[in-house]
Design a protein around this ligand. Sequence first.
Ligand SMILES: C[S@@+](CC[C@H](N)C(=O)[O-])C[C@H]1O[C@@H](n2cnc3c(N)ncnc32)[C@H](O)[C@@H]1O
Length: 278
Amino acid sequence: MEAHHHAHPDHGQHHHGDESALADLLDLDAEVLGPFLDELTAWVAEQSGRTPRTVADLGAGTGTGTLALARRFPSAEIVAVDRSPVMLDRLRAAARGQGLEERVRVLQADLDAALPPLGTPDLVWAAASLHHVENPARLLGEVHAALRPGGLLAVVEMDGMPRLLADEAGATLEARCREALAGSGPDPYPDWGPVLAAAGFEVAARRDFPIEVRPAPPGAVRYARTVLSGYRSRLAGRLAEGDLAALDRLLSADSPESVRHRELVVRGTRTAWAARRP
Ligand SMILES: C[S@@+](CC[C@H](N)C(=O)[O-])C[C@H]1O[C@@H](n2cnc3c(N)ncnc32)[C@H](O)[C@@H]1O
């Protein structure tokens, strides 16, 4: 979401304004990509075999995954770990809003320091978060040690920002933006398979989940604005003048080329790894 959140506004900074912007975008992800998350949690349920009773969500953000897991596993207790109190406040409110507060607990912790005590979870989920961690190999070793033997770790990543413009000119502009960002954004994620294996996991499955939401849902205009303004601010000086001007027109309220008048579609890919502690 990615990590997909590579191009999220001021991603990687930790003052509150930036965190609220990231939190808004994570909530929009949930609104726009929600149905695909259900597909993903169904796959995790299949992979996990026995129904998990205790679940941990690492780098939970505003709780998109936490709440989807709570719905998928109606008897499970879920702990949502994040270092950001801004995220965790929103997560707590969202859990209350969905009547899930009894089963969802938040835990503020910096995963760069150590995995906090989690008991012996049956399922650990890390979506668009593992690539943020400074030393993923160390964290994965700790997750392996904490999991119940036979328990499952699900790692999910998104392949960069979602693509939103349906028309040819828009799509190629977005492609140039994505290309200009590639390698410059914070840490694109690696193939986690070998890293998981080195931490002692048995990688049971890896699957790509293509996302295509057409027609675009109601939140898509706001989503497109957020994504495109992220490109605009991050790529100033790195894109051709013509492309920057095209982004300005997309973002302007009154241009006929504004996102408000464009055909939108939401496309992207999530990749998931299911790794078992033998
Ligand atoms: C891109 S968001 C993903 C949120 C959520 N998993 C989702 O899929 O919507 C990454 C989250 O990881 C958290 N995070 C990043 N580094 C962290 C660390 N070292 N310890 C704890 N949380 C961290 C951030 O605060 C942020 O909420």
